[in-house]
Unconditional design. Sequence first.
Length: 217
Amino acid sequence: MNSLVQAITDMREEEAVRTAKEMLDTGVSPLQVLADCREAMSAVGRKFEKGEYFVSELILAGEILKAISAEVRPRLQQTAQTKQGPKVLLGTVKGDIHDIGKDIVNFMLDVNSFQVTDLGVDVAPSVFVEQIKQREPLVVALSGFLTLSYTSMKETVEAIAAAGLRDKVKIMIGGGTVDQQVCSYAGADAFGKDAMAAVALAKQWTEGKIHAQQNVR
Ligand code: B12
């Protein structure tokens, strides 16, 4: 466990943010810093499972990660291109308010030139449907960390299909323990294990469609 992972896991907020800044200043890749954050969040999750940590620690862990993300984001943007690519609609599904992973997916897509609309957390299937009609994205990205989110993801995919929009969008899911089994259950097109996977899928699905999408409106 390196010192950043240790500081986050032990809830030493100031030290964690300072360590992350120092790592970035000395040339450690922003993606490595995010990977360390992820490792720490898993450790925090394990402590919560064992009853060593409570919801208050989860909230603090969330705040620490948001503070570090705020440091990481501008460093990623330094290398970003400015062109506006295809549209992606993103949100955490109904019943789930976890947004740290979603926010990382948002900014990784954003720095890779996608036009991301983030609908926030606890997003009802009907809202996804409404926003697809309004914004005509090529990709819909559903995030969820709770087991109950799998049902919400399935209901969201079903609502999109019921509205006759299923063949207009590619749907990816991700967050926490989402895997191929959840993907098949939900009826999504693919799952991604991290924000880089989200970018890879979005690129794969929209290649050659960038100009077409830019001309919409
Ligand atoms: C922080 C946290 C919270 C915070 C969330 C703060 C916030 N603003 O998000 C708060 C305190 C609010 C919270 C609340 C709860 N939580 Co909570 N929480 C966590 C914790 C510790 C970390 C989650 C996290 O943000 N991880 C960091 C990110 C970066 O994770 P990541 O998976 O690496 O993210 C990447 C991928 O998932 C992927 N990704 C994410 N979204 C998407 C989308 C797409 C399309 C793609 C392709 C990829 C992708 O990209 C991300 C970046 O690379 C986890 C433990 C854990 N091990 O994850 C529990 C955990 C998820 N929580 C849990 C629980 C039980 C709860 C509560 C029910 C607790 C309670 N009793 O009240 C509530 C539920 C509230 C609700 N209705 O949603 C359980 C879920 C168990 C389950 N299987 O259902 C966990 C697993 C803890 C545990 N071990 O028991 N929680």
